[in-house]
Design a binder for this molecule. Structure first.
Ligand SMILES: [Mg+2]
Ligand SMILES: [Zn+2]
Length: 213
C-alpha cells in the first residue's frame, strides 16, 4: 500500500495561478510585432509550443534586470494562496505544471511565499546575457507541447490517486484528457465542451475551493 494522499491537484500557471498570461505578456512587451504571428502558428497547430518559444526567445529584446522587474509586477489570483493552504489542511498533493518558463514562475512563487510548491516547466537560461530556452521534458511528451503535462500527470500520480486538473488554455489539453476531475476556464472550457470532457467552469480559486472542499 502506498501512503500518498488520495488526491493530487495539478495546476496550470499562466492565466490560472497568475491573473494574466505572463509568458504572452512578456513576449508582447519585449518582442513586439512578432508575437501574434508566431503564436498564431502554434494555436493553429502548425508549430509545437517548443518551436514557438524558441522563435520568440530569439526575438526578445530585453536584459535580465528589466525582465525581472516586469515579472515582479505580475499579479496572481488572490484566492490562490488560500487554496494552497486548504490543500495542505486536507492533505492533498499539489504541483504546478507549465508549458511556460521557469524563470518567471520561480520569481513569482518566491514573491508570494509559495516557493514550496513543486513545479515542472521549460527552462530559461541567460547565455552571455541573451535569453535561451531549454526543454528538458520535450522528448517524453506528445511532440506538440514543449513540456507535455500528460507526461507529468502520469509520472506524478501514485497508484489509486485521484487527479484534479485546473487550467485555462491550449497547453492544458493533454492533461485535461487524462485527469479524473477538471476545472476549466476560457479556451480549455471550450475544448472540454467540444470533447465532452466533464468539467467545472471556474473564474478564480475561490470557485475551485467551494466546489472541491
Ligand atoms: Mg494557462
Ligand atoms: Zn502534450
Amino acid at each position: 500500500m502506498n501512503d500518498r494522499p488520495h488526491t493530487l491537484i495539478l495546476v496550470d500557471f499562466d492565466g490560472t495561478v497568475t491573473q494574466n498570461d505572463v509568458g504572452a505578456s512578456l513576449f508582447e512587451t519585449f518582442a513586439p510585432g512578432h508575437h501574434q504571428r508566431i503564436v498564431s502558428l502554434w494555436l493553429g497547430g502548425r508549430i509545437s509550443s517548443r518551436e514557438c518559444l524558441e522563435r520568440l526567445c530569439k526575438l526578445l529584446k530585453v536584459g535580465e534586470p528589466e525582465l525581472k522587474k516586469f515579472v515582479l509586477s505580475q499579479k496572481i489570483d488572490d484566492k490562490f494562496p488560500g487554496f494552497v493552504d486548504l490543500c495542505k489542511c486536507k492533505d492533498m498533493d499539489l504541483a504546478i505544471l507549465s508549458d511556460g518558463l521557469d524563470y518567471y514562475i520561480r520569481l513569482i512563487l518566491d514573491k508570494f511565499d509559495l516557493e514550496e510548491i513543486p513545479f515542472f516547466s521549460n527552462v530559461l537560461k541567460f547565455e552571455d546575457g541573451r535569453p535561451a530556452p531549454e526543454f528538458p521534458y520535450f522528448d517524453r511528451g506528445c511532440g506538440k507541447c514543449g513540456n507535455c503535462k500528460r507526461f507529468h500527470l502520469k509520472k506524478l500520480r501514485s497508484e489509486g490517486q485521484k487527479v484534479v486538473y485546473i487550467g485555462d488554455g491550449l497547453s492544458d489539453r493533454c492533461a485535461a484528457t487524462e485527469a479524473d476531475l477538471v476545472f476549466a476556464k476560457n479556451d480549455l472550457s471550450r475544448f472540454c465542451r467540444e470533447e465532452d470532457i466533464e468539467h467545472h467552469r471556474f473564474s478564480d480559486f475561490g470557485d475551485v475551493s467551494r466546489i472541491l472542499f
